[in-house]
Write a protein that binds this ligand. Structure first.
Ligand SMILES: [Zn+2]
Length: 445
């Protein structure tokens, strides 16, 4: 393991301003930054030479299902509700080892493209959280339920939704000593979880302080069905049941109804904007400029590789900047800088680990280093411009999380990428084969 704790001679965007020929020093013991400022001398042995390099705060992916790594490229061109059926057919057959392999692949991809943490809804167990600890990433992990009696992942785990909810505080307590691991309740959506379950989990949160993640208002169909069934939008529906305000992380919020924006801007609430997934599934375009103007705490996320199909936050960043401009026919409706902050400080808030997304003395040393010496960065004059419009995940050379170097020279130090790639390919082939063979298990749980 590289024990570097200093970068010298780099351009640094701290999250607030740009420094040239700058130096960053952090403590490997505490994981916090001890110096950010002008370079005080040349790079020494063990330092990261920042010549031709740009340092940014690490990205936090605001919404993922990392354990779905085996599903990349599966069910590409259908509506969400058809897609959910296709994905469910595979998920029901996934073993604990299929999920672990997919998670490790996703983590390798995230690390290699500058992501230091992710906010995730899926199957979460002690071994899966242990894999995150080993990889060195941060996670806010929500073991996700669909209903009290539904078994979400029968081949991987036989716990019903009721059992998963009861076990979630124990899992949180088990990892309470890990500053990079947060465990929250995971409610799939108001169209899968019944009202009594939503209000029950709100009461559990009030009792034990454990936060909640949920998908809300992803498609017009979801909103129309909620209006028909409950007489209110999905966002108002969960607010009426006690989930809003409070520590709630919302994925999507693509189609707010009148009054919903004020609920999303309530205390404790964070929202992940996932534009590529929303476009790929034809779900729609979230009103991001209105959310920013209305003080909604917005982060940026990719969703899973089955609905994206990459975890590269640079692609998400550029899409999120360009999309509202095309809708409004106005290039000034949103700035690149504001979306870059969504991908760093914004999503970091949803992690709920005190990560600021800013590189400053006393803050966590969570950063990414990009190679800006190549053709696609020249002339390199503006760090924010490059990050927002020209950079790709493959430009990332080094990643530091809580003071630990986890990517060095473009190589992931904590995951054997060749091995996990081969393993996921083999497992994905087997799962697709089971479906083709007409496995008799039902398509939906
Ligand atoms: Zn999702």
């Amino acid at each position: 393991m590289t024990a570097a704790n200093r970068i010298v001679g780099a351009t640094v965007w701290t999250g607030e301003h740009t420094l040239h020929d700058a130096e960053i020093v952090w403590s490997v013991e505490t994981g916090t930054i001890e110096y950010v400022g002008p370079s005080r001398g040349p790079a020494g042995d063990g330092d990261i030479d920042g010549t031709g390099r740009l340092v940014l705060p690490g990205f936090v992916n605001g919404h993922t299902h990392a354990g779905m790594g085996v599903l990349r490229g599966y069910s590409d061109d259908v509506h969400l509700h058809t897609w959910l059926g296709h994905v469910r057919a595979i998920e029901l057959r996934m073993t604990a080892d299929d999920i672990l392999a997919g998670l490790r692949l996703a983590m390798a991809e995230m690390l290699r493209s500058g992501t230091v943490g992710f906010v995730d809804m899926f199957e979460w167990t002690t071994p899966l959280l242990g894999a995150v600890v080993d990889a060195g990433l941060r996670v806010n992990a929500a073991p996700t339920v669909f209903a009290y009696d539904a078994v979400a992942f029968p081949s991987a785990a036989t716990a019903t939704g009721a059992q998963v909810l009861d076990a979630t505080p124990g899992l949180a307590a088990e990892f309470a000593g890990e500053q990079r691991i947060t465990v929250t309740y995971g409610l799939h959506a108001p169209y899968t979880c019944p009202p009594e379950m939503l209000s029950d989990v709100a009461a559990r949160r009030a009792d034990n302080g454990i936060g909640i993640q949920i998908h809300l208002s992803e498609t017009r169909r979801e909103v129309a069905e909620s209006l028909e069934q409950w007489g209110v939008s999905p966002i108002r529906h969960v607010a009426d049941l006690g989930l809003l305000p409070g520590r709630l992380h919302v994925a999507h919020a693509v189609h707010p109804e009148p009054g919903d924006l004020g609920l999303l801007a309530g205390p404790g609430v964070t929202v992940s904007h996932n534009p590529v997934s929303n476009l790929k599934l034809g779900a729609g375009i979230a009103p991001v400029p209105e959310y920013l103007a209305g003080d909604v705490a917005l982060g940026l996320g990719t969703d899973s590789v089955a609905s994206n199909n990459t975890l590269d936050m640079y692609e998400e960043l550029k899409t999120a900047i360009l999309l509202p401009r095309g809708v409004a026919n106005d290039p000034q409706v949103i700035t690149g800088r504001s979306v870059l902050k969504m991908a760093t400080a914004g999503s970091a808030k949803a992690l709920d680990q005190g990560l600021s997304g800013v590189l400053a003395i006393g803050e966590q040393a969570d950063l990414q280093v990009l190679d800006v010496s190549g053709t696609t960065a020249a002339p390199f004059t503006d760090a924010v411009s490059f990050a927002c419009y020209a950079a790709r995940g493959s430009d990332v050379t080094d990643v530091v999380i809580a003071g630990r170097v986890v990517v060095s020279g473009g190589r992931c130090l904590t995951i054997d990428e060749d091995a996990v790639r081969a393993e996921v390919t083999e497992r994905a082939t087997r799962l697709r084969g089971e479906l083709a063979d007409g496995d008799p298990r039902p398509v939906r749980s």
